[in-house]
Each structure stands twice: as C-alpha cells, then as structure tokens.
Design a protein. Structure first.
Length: 365
C-alpha cells in the first residue's frame, strides 16, 4: 500500500506524541513492505531530509499562529497528496476533521486519528473549544473510519454521537538506563529526584506538583522537563517558586537524555487530566518509573493498579508523595508491574499490525 501520514509536525520526531506516533508507526509499516510518506512542517526542520527510516518526507508551510498552525499546515498537506495515488491517508488530530470534505469530494480513503478531548484543554479560549467540539461532531458525520487510542475515548464517541470507532492503542518501547552521566550533567543523582515531563498547561498540573512538593520534607529534587510555546499567566506562576529544590530544565528532545532522566528518577508525577492515551505516561512506565498519577478514566485505563492516584488537591498529592518516600519495596513492585503492562498491551509492533489490518480492510472494501 501507498500510505500518507498527515497532521503531525513531522519526523524525525522531536516535539510530541503525534510525531513519535508517526515515526514509530511509519517505520514499521515500511518494514512490512508499504510505501509511507510523511508531511512535515517546514518551520520545524532547518535540515530537511528526503527520507528517514525508509519514510519519504515532504515539507509544507502553515500559518505560524497558535490557532491556525495545525489546520493550515494540514490543509496545504492535503492539497499536496489528494492529487497523488495514495491508497490510504492517515489524518492525525481531530482539529483537521473539516478537511475530510476534500477527501470525500475526491473519493480518497482516509482514516482519522481523533487523539483526545482537545476541547477540555484550558489553553484554548471559548471559541477554540467550540471549534474542537464542532470538529469532533463533524468527524462522525462522514463514513471515514475513526481511530480512538483509548477505550474511554471510544466510549465517548459512542455515547455522545452514537458513532463506533476503532480502538488501536498507542505504543511504547521498554527501556533501561545505560549512561547515568547524562543525568549527572544536570546536577542530579540517580534516585534523587521526582520527575515530570509535560507542557506547562493547567490541565497537566505542573503548578500543583510544585505546590505539593514545596510542602514535602525531603532532600530530593523536583525536576520539570518542558515548557510552553506561548507564555501565559499560568506558566509564569510556575517560575515564581522560591524552593531551590525545584529545577526547570526546559524542553529536551534528545531521546538518550530523556531515557536516562526517566530511568533514574525516584518517581514520576503524571498530572495530565484530558486526552486519550497519554504518551508521556506510557514512556514513564516503559522506563520502569514508579508513577504518581492524576486520577481519571484515561490514566486508570493505562496504569491500572500499577501506581498510586491523586485528586486535584495540593494536600492529596503531597500525601501520595509522602507515601512514595515511605514505601520503597511497594514502589518497586508497582513500577515493575507498570513495565509489564507496556510489554503486554502497548507494543508498537502490535499497534502497527492493527493499523495495517485496518488499512487493508479499507482498501479492499
């Protein structure tokens, strides 16, 4: 099959979950004998490769604003591929649902990866949230196959719109530490810090993590990896902490450094509230991190009983961090269980096989 992947920032993956998804899925589909094209955003890649891990890359421009960047880039990508003989177009991000109108008119076979419930993210204003709700509704009006990467999201589309979608999980690769010097370069000691890797947005709760940690009696540090592209009043609050144990290291895209930070962390705080299956949670579990997770259906579906959960309360999160400090053996046992969940359920090879089976079914129909 000839497959196009649109709607991500592109590959090599160096930004977020959808980019990792495109890279891990695309490379495996290539190994299975398919021709895979990935559309990349020009402004994210100063060095533009023609191919990567067997995938063919193209580059298109988008409008460089928070509200229009995704849709405008994907629109230009769609214009590029609709005139070409692709068997399947995999369109990522529910925000791109209006572009299904073009595929329908040109009789192209498209699969839409819905991602999470974007309208619940506080980074969007009222108009933005309305747009995402509209896009989710619109997506259900086409015969296009929809992908839900969590069973909770699949249930939402069924309950809300009466629309069936295909559940195909996200993936992760089990890892272990191989170079602790990468951690020490940040002034950190193995097992000497709590870790959170996230964008600095309210629904990810990095400020809650800081406030809970400030009340914790420990010599360990709290390391926050990430930031936010467009500064907000919320993100500014994070940097106002006076606690010298809180360490901001900014965005890190080096996979080796991220691996070592995860593998050598004392515990990982997962504060994300919205979305489907969260890649950051899977990656932390795959590294053998003990997880202290925000309670909620999406996180419970993934982590199951392999971690501890906190409610949106400074005191409750503090109590769970104290529990982590006081229960060394239980912490290790739960972290091991989390890694076993990754091996069993969130395997990229199985994910790729599921996509291949769906694509072949659609092409032959």
């Amino acid at each position: 099959m000839k497959i196009a992947i649109l709607g991500t920032r592109g590959v090599p993956a160096k930004y977020g979950g959808f980019e990792t998804f495109a890279e891990e899925l695309g490379r495996r589909l290539v190994k299975r004998g398919h021709e895979v094209h990935v559309s990349c955003r020009s402004n994210f890649y100063s060095h533009r490769l023609e191919d990567y891990l067997g995938m063919k890359l193209t580059y298109t421009q988008g409008v460089k604003t928070k509200s229009l960047e995704t849709l405008s880039h994907t629109f230009n990508s769609v214009k590029h591929v609709l005139q070409k003989p692709f068997d399947i177009i995999l369109l990522c991000n529910i925000a791109n649902a209006p572009l299904l109108l073009f595929s329908k008119s040109l009789r192209k076979k498209v699969v839409l990866h819905a991602d999470g419930m974007e309208w619940e993210r506080n980074k969007w204003n009222a108009l933005g949230k309305k747009y995402f709700r509209f896009a989710a509704w619109l997506a259900t009006k086409f015969k296009t196959e929809i992908i839900s990467d969590s069973k909770a999201l699949q249930k939402f589309y069924k309950d809300k719109y009466g629309r069936d979608s295909n559940f195909i999980a996200y993936g992760a690769i089990p890892t272990s530490s191989s170079d602790k010097t990468l951690v020490r370069k940040y002034g950190l000691k193995p097992d000497g810090y709590f870790l959170q890797i996230t964008r600095f947005e309210p629904e990810n709760n990095p400020l809650l993590s800081i406030k809970a940690f400030e009340k914790l009696d420990t010599e360990k540090k709290l390391v926050l990896v990430g930031g936010i592209k467009y500064a907000t009043a919320y993100s500014e609050q994070l940097y106002n902490t006076k606690d010298p144990r809180v360490q901001f290291v900014g965005f890190i895209y080096d996979k080796n450094v991220l691996r070592e930070l995860r593998c050598n962390a004392f515990a990982y705080i997962h504060g994300n509230e919205v979305g489907g299956t969260n890649p950051a949670l899977l990656e932390a579990m795959s590294a053998g991190c003990f997880i202290v997770s925000r309670d909620g259906p999406f996180n419970r579906e993934v982590l199951q009983n392999a971690g501890v959960y906190f409610h949106k309360s400074t005191e409750d999160l503090r109590n769970k961090l104290v529990w982590t400090l006081d229960h060394s053996q239980e912490k290790q046992d739960l972290a091991k269980k989390g890694k076993e969940i990754i091996l069993k359920t969130y395997n990229w090879d199985s994910v790729a096989a599921s996509y291949e089976n769906l694509f072949e079914k659609i092409v032959s129909s």
